[in-house]
Design a protein around this ligand. Sequence first.
Ligand code: GLA
Length: 378
Amino acid sequence: MCTASDSYLAQVGQPPVLAARAPGRVEFIGNHTDYNGGLVLGAAVDRYLSVALGPGREPGVRVRSVDHGLPVSFAPGAVPSGSWAAYPAGVVAVLAERTDIPPCELVFASDLPVGAGLSSSAAIETATACALDAWLGLGMSRADLARACRRAENEHVGVPCGILDQAVVTFGRQGHLVRVDAAAEVFETIPVPGETRLWIFDSGVRHRLTDGHYAARHRECGEAFAVLSADRRDLPGLAHIDPDAVEAARGRLSDAAWRRARHVTTEHRRVQNVIRLLGLGRLKEAGAELFASHRSSRDDFANSTPELDLLVDRLSQEPSVFGARLTGGGFGGAVLAWTDPSFGVREADAVCRLFETRYGRRPSVLACRASDGVGLVS
Ligand code: GLA
């Protein structure tokens, strides 16, 4: 891959002042719990997007990518719609509230597949924020950086996402999962015991969080919470409702809202179970919770696809797979398989062959490790 700094030199004609690099992320477990005030576990993974930055000659901010052709220019605070540039422009707009953004050039390079469930969007946002923070000496804490990037996506890109992606990409640590408490905005890392591996099977069905499905789920969860929290104003979100209370409320909610609530409340319990089981080194049982998470996404949250279901089903037949589930927003994208080291290329190939028999094409496969989060590169 051509690095962002090489590309900057080639395109701008002088070396950049600095460069930052952000990883992809997987959602380990906690599907759609974040904007419902719940817990999520994720991991930063060793596929990266990098950005090189330097002063601009023209007023405004100019961004280009090695892959996306022509540069895009905008004034700080303005956000070009319908373009990948909305992500860096959203971050610039949020940071412009606290400081003047001088003219600058940003050049991006990436080996993160877009739309495959690895959150290339959070990588663009956090790499941009990290580079600007260092260049302008803003002294942002990591939590501050994750929050600013989430705001960029909510307010300027228009996706009502939670803080999972931005927090995991910011707080990632080699060999660790990031535990996100979305309501309290507390971010911690917990070790992944043993020699485990994270495999990504990209179904090739492209999802875009901006296409309305995500927002529809967000709305349905809000509807359920309004009914279920009528006498519990202290609760921070749907994830904190007792699953038994959801069962009891079946007649008071639309079928869709009731199912979304059942998914979110049981998913929050599954995240808590996984944290406990990992602490005890009971990996098989923790993995069983990942399979249960997938079934709940498929049946109650209705954000799986036949392609993702086939992958999870086939992976569940492999003894070296602890657990597998759709990862991220859903409606396409990728499946995460959490495996022991004996799962290798041969086993992955058997999964791909079955997929190919059914769909006439192969999923792309990435073997990843839990990695460090966003940072400057020399
Ligand atoms: C996307 C969003 C996250 C989270 C997941 C689903 O990745 O960006 O905030 O809601 O979907 O858990």
